[in-house]
Design a protein around this ligand. Structure first.
Ligand SMILES: *Cc1c(COP(=O)(O)O)cnc(C)c1O
Length: 374
């Protein structure tokens, strides 16, 4: 079976984790700060806050912006549910935006119509690993006084007009789940240039507890206060040790992802029923996913045929506004985002991970060729 995504772990990664386990400092130790510092530098942001998942990263971002009941946040519907769920966690309302048919990225032209006096933020998703049109998004955010968040869970190592993903929005969220670019098992990170937002998110990931140094001096070292409702969203030191090692290998891995994409692109140029997503010239793509749109052939038939031959294709995603929870709670449903709904019936994610050999890629290409002609 060739899966659609897979982590790469080597002996040195394992050793780094074991070392921390032997050190006795399992959590909230020096490894967390080091991973944060190196990560922030890597994405060219001032601050990085490590958390226990990409979902926790999104939740912390929405919290830090003070979004709550009555507030609306615009999110693309072509994404993983967590992008919208984080708004609901804090009592806000996600407003689903349709996507561009060629890239499946949030369509800036459709955002203005969704803005109301209650709108507080836009969460952009760099779907498949391609950064959104940040020039347009920044323009809208600035003109309309909205916060801009990047759900960058697909795009670690990508860039837009030479600027790193992680530095493109006020808050930028990453996931370290095993199918993502680097892994810590479960894990996440938020990057920002704003020290106050970083401070709030550090408190949020630790139950809402502050330890003010001056207060500690007055009351003794035992003193702490819970100033707001937070969660235990901490990442452990041994996970951070793994993340740090993984980050060293990211650039090489992304180079390989781009090579695989290039081979797919070349092979599908001659297959009229297979249309890869469009890539705009402004971006350096991180290829978390390689998504094709099928034309004139039945997607589910192709899916079944590929799965039957051991090719782990997948569908990313069922548009979030079609999920039963959102239909029930917010009254969303078919017709709300027609472009995403139409694309959803035709998309397929092909295997894409740095450990793929040339032979694996050839196997996938041959199987797709057979399946669409089958
Ligand atoms: C993976 C992912 C998340 C959630 O990350 P977890 O670490 O699994 O919680 C959120 N948004 C997008 C777009 C993702 O791909």
């Amino acid at each position: 079976m060739i899966p659609y995504g897979r982590q790469s772990i080597d002996e040195a990664d394992i050793q780094a984790v074991v070392e921390v386990l032997r050190s006795g400092w399992l959590t909230t130790g020096p490894g967390v700060e080091e991973f944060e510092k190196v990560f922030a530098r890597f994405v060219e942001a001032r601050h990085a806050v490590a958390v226990s998942s990409g979902t926790a990263a999104l939740h912390a971002a929405v919290y830090a912006l003070g979004i709550g009941p009555g507030d609306e946040v615009i999110v693309p519907t072509m994404t993983f549910a967590a992008t919208a769920n984080c708004v609901v966690f804090q009592g806000g309302t996600p407003i689903f935006a349709d996507v561009d048919p060629e890239t499946l990225l949030i369509d800036p032209d459709r955002i203005e119509d969704l803005i109301t006096p209650r709108t507080r933020a836009i969460i952009a998703v760099d779907y498949a690993g391609q950064p959104c049109d940040y020039e347009a998004l920044e323009g809208i955010a600035r003109r309309r006084g909205l916060h801009l968040v990047d759900d960058a869970c697909h795009a670690l190592g990508a860039a837009y007009r030479g600027r790193s993903v992680g530095s493109l929005a006020g808050l930028n969220c990453f996931s370290f789940h095993p199918v993502k670019h680097i892994t810590t098992g479960e894990g996440g990170m938020i990057t920002t240039d704003d020290p106050e937002l970083a401070r709030r998110m550090r408190i949020f990931r630790n139950h809402g507890i502050t330890t003010d140094h001056r207060e500690r001096q007055i009351h003794g070292a035992w003193f702490y206060e819970m100033t707001d409702l937070g969660y235990n969203y901490r990442l452990t030191d041994f996970q951070c040790a793994l993340g740090l090692r993984q980050l060293e290998k990211l650039s090489g891995w992304n180079t390989r992802r781009r090579e695989v994409a290039k081979k797919y692109d070349a092979a599908f140029r001659d297959l009229p029923s297979v249309a890869p997503l469009a890539v705009t010239p402004e971006v350096l793509h991180a290829y978390h996913l390689y998504v094709i749109r099928l034309q004139g052939v039945d997607r589910d038939g192709v899916f079944q045929a590929l799965r039957a031959t051991g090719i782990g294709v997948n569908v990313h995603y069922i548009p979030v506004h079609l999920h039963p929870f959102y239909r029930r709670r917010f009254g969303t449903g078919p017709g709300l985002c027609p472009v995403a709904e139409e694309a959803f019936g035709r998309i397929l994610s092909l295997p894409m991970y740095p450990g793929m050999t040339d032979e694996d890629v050839e196997t996938v290409i041959a199987a797709v060729d057979r399946a669409v002609h089958g």
